[in-house]
Design a protein around this ligand. Sequence first.
Ligand SMILES: C[S@@+](CC[C@H](N)C(=O)[O-])C[C@H]1O[C@@H](n2cnc3c(N)ncnc32)[C@H](O)[C@@H]1O
Length: 238
Amino acid sequence: MTGPLFKWFGSKWLSSKTLPKPEYETIIEPFAGGAGYSLRYASHKVTLCETDPHLKVLWRWLIAGATEDEIRQIPINVPEGTDIRSLGLSKGAETLLKTWQRTNNVGDCWTISPWGNKPGQWTANTRARVAAEFGEVAHWCLSESGGLDLLSSKREATWFIDPPYQYNYQYRSLPVDYTRLAALVRDNAGQRVVCEALCAKTSARPTWLPFADFGSRITSRRKPENNHHSRELIWVSP
Ligand SMILES: C[S@@+](CC[C@H](N)C(=O)[O-])C[C@H]1O[C@@H](n2cnc3c(N)ncnc32)[C@H](O)[C@@H]1O
């Protein structure tokens, strides 16, 4: 895989280059999002869990429904403001096009954005790459349980755990019980890699695990001098 299959707020596609490599053939992401970590190791046995309704549709389709031809037929250069649902695409194809419009596309906005056709978004290159590469996830599994339930099933695996950050953006999900999450992470088997970040506004530090600093990451690109940075934290099982 040479890039993410879709854009998602908090994607670990770039930082996965420097995150610990998986020690197990099985990788489980209980808070999948765009699964930027697993995409780097797409040939592994990957199980994802995600509660966002759009992402569930998208992952199900990418894993088991999409064809290369269907992706190649998703139009490019659609005029700004067009409602993607008016294009006559399948639900999966609509959702793929939706995710390439904006980095924070968690809500129900279905319009082509002002920058949706710009480099790095849904261009001929992106479309060709996604069409050529999505087949690498055909053997992946999408779990129907919630992330914490999945974590309760102790398994010898690489667990890549990237929940909504305690003091930052919570997506549209129900609040995460971080105390329970910490207990499940500690009690689990295998390799566990957990991501968090300092509060963007107050620099408050989450303490549900003894996190170590893991550098600073650009979360949204504005003007070159005005990028948003996230101060990342990590906990890795001993
Ligand atoms: C920080 S993002 C993950 C980003 C991901 N690592 C990537 O590379 O794109 C956290 C994800 O957890 C999802 N989520 C929130 N609560 C959840 C739950 N209880 N079970 C599963 N997923 C959940 C959110 O919808 C969001 O997509």
